[in-house]
Design a protein. Structure first.
Length: 141
């Protein structure tokens, strides 16, 4: 614990040439130096107030992210608790659940004579509907 306290109070190793250049810049451009100093302090306060630091995001982005609620599945995937296949299967289960629990819709059908080989044409709608029925049966039994 004493080492941490000592490390916090110890200043970063300084470079005399860099300090000389910085002092010269501050003397030549006092307004810009003050503006940059206030910007650095504001950024440091935002990082401190947010409680975490990611070098790829600005403090404003991190603050916005803290207000957004992610789904449980995406958090589990991002943390490595589930893999991509498990995420895809879970998303399919959610989709089927939403379809089953949705309001009932009344559909209509054409009673004209079929000329497209019994409704199993090449557009794939039959197999898509068959897949939906199979998924519903799989999760309602």
């Amino acid at each position: 614990m004493a080492k941490r306290a000592a490390a916090k109070t110890k200043a970063a190793p300084s470079n005399p040439l860099r300090e000389k250049i910085h002092r010269g810049y501050c003397e030549r451009h006092p307004e810009r130096a003050a503006e940059q100093r206030s910007l650095r302090m504001e950024q440091a306060n935002l990082h401190r107030d947010h409680g975490r630091y990611r070098p790829v995001a600005t403090p404003e982005t991190l603050q916005k992210l803290s207000l957004v609620s992610e789904g449980t599945l995406s958090r589990m995937y991002l943390s490595g608790q589930i893999d991509a296949d498990q995420l895809a299967f879970a998303a399919e289960i959610v989709r089927v659940h939403d379809r089953i629990s949705a309001d009932v819709k009344v559909g209509s059908m054409s009673i004209e004579a079929r000329v497209d080989n019994g409704g199993r044409g090449g557009d794939g709608t039959f197999f898509e509907k068959l897949g939906l029925v199979r998924a519903e049966v799989a999760y309602t039994m």
